[in-house]
Design a protein around this ligand. Structure first.
Ligand code: PLP
Length: 344
């Protein structure tokens, strides 16, 4: 999280907007809350230029509940999945509960080191939607050009949401668990096209229907108030810093600093992702031996470089350089990588 945002949250924690109460104490039916809720939607619309025919909703249950919910609502016959890693794999498995699922494309046979090319896509007849993951948090790959299809396109944008401008109209449904770039864990932002909503299954518990969230402006039950408040702060922070185009610019430069350290190491550091598929959010790499990787992670922690151990399912190292990580932070990591390489 941006330090400015954390400080603002701290400053206002005991008195939200002159109410004399904390944001976690006021009623979600109060005007003070409702104004903030509306402003958050307004800010998301502004930052991503979301057209009117899309609704913006807030849900709970994390990204993983969306693995189930998208299929519960929209999988009538079959769902096509572009399998680019752990998260899409999980979504496909969860969705199979509701109908037939198949791979439109996959990079599994090559350890998810790349984003599949459109030439390799095959969409079967009768497909309800194609599902993809914009950034593969664990393997460190990211889509740099989005594909389009004749069927509705769904996208899990959990780990690169608000890190760059996105043409929302290319998608029918976008969702993002907010904990990577936008706020505390637990809440999910959904962006859903009206025409898609009409195709949703209605024989479902109300809390599992997207329609319930749309029709009740995400306040059918108590929304995740604190999370939404946080999203609000981050949206304003982004807006104050030039919006998503400026953010993308910064993120490109940040990623270039860290990938530069990999590329200039003569193979001492080897990147997991193929060059044209590299993520600007999660830089994954290995060292020559597991022994060195352990040492690297320990010594990095000594320099206050924290959390660069790779995901437990992949091993190696991973630098997550989300929006709030500064260029200076990335430079510090790159310098550390060079020094460690020289020493070993
Ligand atoms: C983290 C993550 C998830 C899982 O989110 P949870 O809130 O832990 O369920 C899903 N998709 C992507 C791309 C992620 O990075």
């Amino acid at each position: 999280m941006p330090l400015d945002v954390l400080k603002q949250v701290q400053d206002e924690f005991l008195d939200f907007n002159g109410t004399g109460m904390s944001i976690v104490e006021i009623s979600h039916r109060s005007t003070a809350y409702q104004d903030m809720h509306d402003d958050t939607i307004y800010m998301l619309r502004k930052l991503l230029q979301i057209p009117e025919q899309y609704d913006i909703i807030f849900m709970q249950g994390g990204g993983s509940l969306q693995f189930v919910m998208h299929a519960a609502n929209f999988l009538h016959h079959s769902g096509g999945y572009i399998n680019t890693g752990v998260w899409s794999d999980k979504a496909m498995k969860a969705a199979s509960f509701y109908g037939k699922v198949y791979e439109v494309a996959s990079s599994k046979e090559d350890h998810f080191t790349y984003i599949p090319k459109p030439e390799s896509f095959h969409v079967e007849e009768g497909t309800d939607y194609v599902y993809m993951t914009s950034n593969n948090t664990i393997h460190g790959t990211e889509w740099h050009h989005f594909p389009s299809f004749d069927v509705p396109l769904f996208c899990d944008m959990s780990s690169d949401f608000l890190s760059r401008p996105v043409d929302v109209t290319n998608f029918d449904f976008i969702y993002a668990g907010i904990q990577k770039n936008v706020g505390p864990a637990g809440a999910v932002i959904g962006i859903i096209k009206d025409s898609l909503l009409q195709k949703a299954r209605t024989k479902l518990p109300l809390m599992l229907q997207y329609k319930t969230y749309v029709e009740h402006d995400s306040t059918y039950n108590t929304p995740p108030v604190f999370n939404i408040y946080f999203v609000n702060k981050v949206c304003h922070w982004l807006d104050d810093h030039g919006g998503l185009a400026a953010m993308e610019d910064t993120n490109k430069k940040k990623a270039a600093i860290v990938y530069g350290a990999i590329d200039e190491s003569n193979g001492f550091y080897s990147g997991h992702a193929q060059r044209d598929s590299r993520s600007r959010m999660n830089v994954t790499f290995n060292l020559p031996t597991e022994e060195l990787e352990k040492q690297f992670i320990t010594e990095a922690a000594g320099q206050h470089i924290i959390g660069i151990k790779g995901h437990r399912s992949l091993g190696g190292c991973r630098a997550s350089i989300y929006n709030a990580v500064t260029s200076e932070g990335c430079q510090k990591l790159a310098d550390f990588m060079k020094a460690f390489h020289q020493k070993h």
